[in-house]
Ligand binder design. Structure first.
Ligand code: PEP
Length: 251
């Protein structure tokens, strides 16, 4: 199975910057993604279509939305539906990113609704989970991961292809801080997640990929990718520049 290397551009880049980053990335990769990797870029909504068009230069590049609302249309001012992002070329969605949980205040219930609605609408989904520093220091790692995972995956549409749902373990204290989790921390958290996925997904659990995210850089990507139960990376800051993102996805 291919490892996933995903780029979360957060609230950065206008259309010109998105096109030029993707064109530079294409040059770095000679227009081709390594066969053992799947690459997904999550731009802001406003540049989804420009990124999708520019991304045609890179064989196999996928585009995703950083969020979706759990309804196809309606009186939801400011929200964007799965069908709308699909119309712009997106085939993936992110749900439950820690900035949405902790800055915007999204609940486990809303993350679950977004996840199941996006999947039922034909998008593949990366669900983000992870503990805060306070929770880790209070010894709550196991409980927080179990709660977020079971809550987010409570209503998966059936039948479900287990490859369409991906979990990103992103310790909140490691996102955008320059502090990467240790290899021990990553192995421990990913093993907990795999154990819970067994109960939720069943026998095909190894077809569900678990990504690590949190201050991934060209210097630490290859070591993290070699760890047990790590099936890819979700990259924020280091995905904004073509040369550093190319180094990570070629690691
Ligand atoms: C993220 O935004 O999901 C992320 C992991 O950010 P960073 O790589 O900058 O820590």
């Amino acid at each position: 199975m291919q490892q996933i290397i995903a780029a979360n551009w957060k609230m950065f880049k206008n259309a010109t910057e998105a096109r030029s980053m993707i064109s530079e990335l294409s040059k770095e990769l000679n227009g081709k993604i390594p066969e053992n990797r799947k690459v997904i870029i999550f731009p802001p909504f406003t540049v989804l279509e420009a990124s999708f068009e520019a991304g045609k230069e890179i064989d196999g590049l996928c585009i995703g939305a950083q969020d979706v609302f759990p309804a196809q249309e309606g009186a939801y001012t400011g929200e964007i539906s799965p069908q709308m992002v699909k119309d712009c070329g997106a085939t993936w969605a992110l749900t439950g990113h820690s900035e949405r949980r902790h800055v915007i205040g999204e609940s486990d219930t809303l993350v679950a609704q977004k996840t199941s609605f996006a999947l039922a609408s034909g998008l593949d989904v990366i669900v983000c989970i992870g503990e805060t520093l306070e929770q880790r220091e209070a010894g709550e790692l196991y409980d927080v991961l179990a709660r977020q995972l079971h809550a987010a995956l409570v209503k998966l549409p059936t039948p479900l292809n287990p490859e369409c749902i991906v979990i990103a373990y992103e310790p909140v204290w490691a996102i955008g801080t320059g502090k990467t989790a240790s290899t021990y921390d990553i192995i421990e958290a990913h093993a907990i997640i795999r154990e819970h996925l067994k109960n939720i997904i069943g026998v095909s659990v190894f077809e569900t990929r678990i990504l690590y995210g949190g201050s991934v850089k060209p210097e630490n990507a290859s070591e993290i990718l070699s760890l047990d139960n790590v099936d890819g990376l979700l990259v924020g800051g280091a995905s904004l520049k073509a040369d550093s993102f190319a180094k990570i996805l070629l690691a």
